[in-house]
Design a protein around this ligand. Sequence first.
Ligand code: DX5
Ligand code: ZN
Length: 218
Amino acid sequence: MVRIAPSILSADFAHLADDIARVEETGGATWLHVDVMDGHFVPNLTIGPPVIKAIKAVTQLPLDVHLMVQEPDALLPDFIDAGSSTLSVHFEACRHLHRTIQTIKDAGVQASVVLNPASPVSWLHDILPELDMVLLMSVNPGFGGQRFIPSTLDKVRTLKREITKRGLSVLIEVDGGVNPSNAAQLCEAGADVLVAGTAIFGQPDYGEAIKALQSQVA
Ligand code: DX5
Ligand code: ZN
């Protein structure tokens, strides 16, 4: 079954622990997706390591931390200490990507590279064997609730083909505008993990919302 990673960007920040408990209780969430924005790499600001540490204390779900941060290296130790299970860094934000990935892996954290919608999959050719996951953005990063960019489907297919051809076990995660109307196509194309913010936290019943995503795939 496809892994679902609810994005807390669309949760109620004033009642974050309650919203996380509600989504965890459904039993349908594999990871919790945490969006970190720095106001430079993306035109929005969200949360940092202290909040991630606080979240870590109230959930058993692994924290899938998406760093939308320019040159994240100096901050990595704090995100690692805060309890991140996976750290995703943007290809477009790292000057020495191989070193950044090595730092994450040396800390025993799963390492992932994110591509913006305009960045081709071919850019990952040399780094791919080093990765646990690739995160393909299906919207321009910075905000929840945007419309899915359909050309992402071709990128998922291209990346899946490359991973299979080279006998690698890299997961493919898709983030942005994911909902029950595109979940099936994404999984057919090769997506392993679907991030969903609005499609889960924007719905009255989180359990039903997750089921709606999974039923399309099944
Ligand atoms: C956007 C974030 C996403 C966001 C997705 O920059 O990376 O994780 O929460 O939200 P939806 O699912 O509403 O597009
Ligand atoms: Zn994200």
